[in-house]
Design a binder for this molecule. Structure first.
Ligand code: PEP
Ligand code: MG
Length: 292
């Protein structure tokens, strides 16, 4: 089985009718790059940057982050790398952030909410990513978005960062800006959001949690945590349609992207990109190529 999949290296991720799908990898840092490349990934669809912040006692410096991003971007040799900004909080904690104890951390002070309140932390990360963007094709995506106002604020901060870099004579590439669609709110206003960004990536792990009101961490609710729920499929459909109406692409980077029982359905809904753990890339390519 594995040898037949290895033969798919270098082959297109396309259905029999020629419909192409971007098949990208999810990684947690530069250490995962080799795995992604040896499985013939076409890009990095989700670089979970929060891992650079975890398991340590203080913030990673801009320089440290730059080196991590540069390593991945350079290693991908021009193939796209989508870096997700800091998604700390809830299941991913780092003590030095000193986030106050919360009753419901999954619905608490986390991710983009922290970045928009603690702008210096956010700017250090954005500077590191923009600096690294000079070395390849780079995109940034923002987690846990719920409103248009957040995107407007993010873009203002991005403009400041770019102006600062220009003033310092530091070069950077053209960077696409996208958002994760992982809250029901983002789905419902995805028509408006689509007009402000370059792409969408649906985070089905959190979208399932928030749509079904089922804690993704709660093992005893495992039987209720159903990403095939019709509500989720309708949300995916709505998001993809709103993306396409605005002329942008829409992918999936949650675990559902690797679920081969549903690949055909996702393609029928118009999903343009699937970003999965490196080990699933070749099996998923095989699955896509078997679809009519
Ligand atoms: C998601 O929520 O589906 C996602 C891809 O992000 P994470 O699993 O890191 O929350
Ligand atoms: Mg998420």
């Amino acid at each position: 089985k594995r040898s037949s999949q290895l033969a798919l290296k270098g082959m297109a991720s396309a259905t029999k009718s020629g419909r192409k799908v971007k098949l990208y990898a999810n990684i947690g840092g530069p250490d995962d790059l080799d795995m992604a490349l040896s499985n013939d990934t076409e890009g990095i669809g989700l670089f979970r940057s929060e891992f650079l912040y975890m398991g340590r006692s203080d913030y990673p410096s801009e320089e440290e982050q730059f080196q991590a991003y540069q390593k991945v971007i350079q290693g991908m040799k021009g193939k796209p790398v989508i870096i997700r900004t800091l998604d700390i909080g809830a299941d991913k904690q780092a003590d030095y952030f000193e986030i106050p104890q919360e009753e419901n951390p999954a619905m608490g002070f986390r991710a983009i909410r922290i970045c928009l309140e603690r702008v210096q932390i956010f700017k250090a990360q954005l500077r590191a990513i923009y600096r690294a963007s000079a070395f390849g094709t780079t995109a940034i995506m923002f987690p846990m978005i719920i409103s248009l106002e957040e995107i407007i604020k993010i873009k203002e901060i991005v403009v400041e960062v770019k102006e600062e870099l220009l003033a310092e004579g530091i070069s950077f590439g053209q960077v696409e800006l996208g958002i994760m669609i992982e809250t029901p709110a983002a789905v419902m206003v995805s028509d408006e959001l689509a007009r402000e960004v370059d792409f969408f990536s649906i985070g089905t792990n959190d979208l399932t949690q928030y749509t079904l009101a089922i804690d993704r961490q709660n093992q005893s609710l495992e039987n209720y945590y159903n990403p095939h729920h019709k509500a989720l499929l309708r949300m995916i459909e709505m998001t993809v349609n709103n993306a396409h109406d605005a002329g942008i692409w829409c992918g999936i980077c949650g675990e559902l992207a690797a679920d081969m029982e549903i690949t055909e359905q996702l393609l029928c809904l118009g999903v343009d990109e699937l970003s999965v753990s490196p080990v699933f890339i070749l099996p998923l390519r095989e699955r896509i190529r078997a679809i009519d």
